[in-house]
Design a protein around this ligand. Structure first.
Ligand code: UFG
Length: 334
């Protein structure tokens, strides 16, 4: 049985579906601070199995202990965290509490119940301004520019220290690049509260007529067309990456492993807009705006290690990501 914290969120929900499809039993802990309860039924429908739901926040050790007492948890996949970069600058205390302090509660409860297998959601943001691209896992980490990124860096350090103290732990740290897209059914996808900060939900809202115009943040970067380059990965591919990481921890000897989850291919903002227009036949209304604080020119992965050690290769194209994101946008509230 796998405990998935934040299992109703964007990446968590897609991962729960893949777990169920792979015959795992799933327990979800979610506080619904940035997700909706209806997601549970959709996960069950797509995964073809029921899940067990606990509503609460990981900061509450009593709910964690109850979960471990009431279920035989073999491993935990931890997605429960806040993830808005801009908001984290304004609310650092909330971010460190919800993204770092909760992990301490989680690993304490895991240790207490002798469950020592953990897959942790980290982010390419831990590389700060990368010294080279494509980024390999042994690239320097640090130099994060916001509390969100720093919270992921801190947890990585905590997990490293934990493993050093007790090599019975199996830990996989997964550094995501830019997850976009949605489940092809249109039932699951990204539903940020308020005005989206990330590019894909912003594009779909512009095309839907709910927002006027996409601001392209900077066209004077040192990139082929001057706009920022990112490694966009389909959320279902990313979800499958978690299953591969879990399988590795189950099969192989103990250890702490770090993997980039990306496609290895960088696309600029203008290339993404063009791909979206081709895939959906919608026109994206955009204008060039000043650079956004904290943005970097280029960030894309070297996905070799995940391919060699996990057998993980992202299979969906940028076209799939655009089509599925647009399909989901048109299914929201249906
Ligand atoms: N962008 C725009 N206009 C927008 C939003 C974004 O031009 O309205 C541009 C950005 O400048 C950047 C690209 O689109 O070049 C992607 O921006 P996102 O905000 O979608 O994503 P980021 O690369 O800034 O950050 C994302 C996640 C982080 C994660 C990081 C890892 O939001 O949580 O990827 O690389 F840490």
């Amino acid at each position: 049985m796998i405990l998935v914290t934040g299992g109703c969120g964007y990446i968590g929900s897609h991962t729960c579906v893949e777990l169920l499809k792979n015959e795992y039993d799933v327990v979800i802990l979610d506080d619904f601070s940035n997700s909706q309860k209806e997601v549970v039924e959709k996960i069950e429908k797509l995964g073809g199995k029921k899940v067990k739901l606990y509503e609460g926040n990981m900061i509450d050790s009593s709910i964690l202990n109850r979960i471990f007492e009431e279920n035989r948890i073999d491993a935990v996949i931890d997605f429960a965290a806040y993830k808005a970069v801009g908001e984290s600058v304004i609310k650092p205390i909330e971010y460190y509490k919800n993204n770092v302090a909760t992990v301490l509660e989680l690993i304490e409860a895991m240790k207490k119940h002798n469950c020592k297998r953990l897959v942790f959601s980290s982010s390419a943001t831990v590389y700060g301004t990368p010294s080279y691209v494509p980024i390999t896992e042994d690239s320097k980490i640090g130099g994060t520019t916001n509390p969100y990124g720093t919270s992921k860096l801190f947890v990585e350090q905590i997990l490293n220290d934990l493993y050093k103290s007790d090599e019975e732990w199996d830990i996989a740290i997964l550094r995501y690049f830019n997850p976009i897209g949605a489940h092809e059914s249109g039932l699951l996808g990204e539903r940020p509260n308020g005005i989206p900060a990330n590019i894909m939900p912003y594009i779909t809202k512009v095309c839907k007529g709910e927002l006027e115009c996409l601001n392209v943040f900077g066209d004077d970067y040192d990139t082929p067309d001057g706009t920022g380059v990112r490694d966009y990965i389909h959320v279902v591919d990313l979800a499958i990456g978690h299953i591969k990481a879990l399988e590795k921890l189950e099969k192989e000897k103990k250890g702490l492993f770090v993997y980039n989850l990306g496609t290895g291919q960088g696309y600029s903002v203008l290339e993404l807009i063009k791909a979206f227009e081709c895939a959906t036949l919608k026109k994206v209304n955009y204008k060039i705006a000043p650079r956004r604080d904290g943005d970097i020119a280029e960030c894309y992965s070297d996905p070799t290690k995940a391919k060699e050690e996990l057998g993980f290769v992202a299979s969906k194209s940028l076209e799939d990501m655009c089509k599925d994101a647009w399909n989901f946008e048109n299914n929201i509230n249906k």
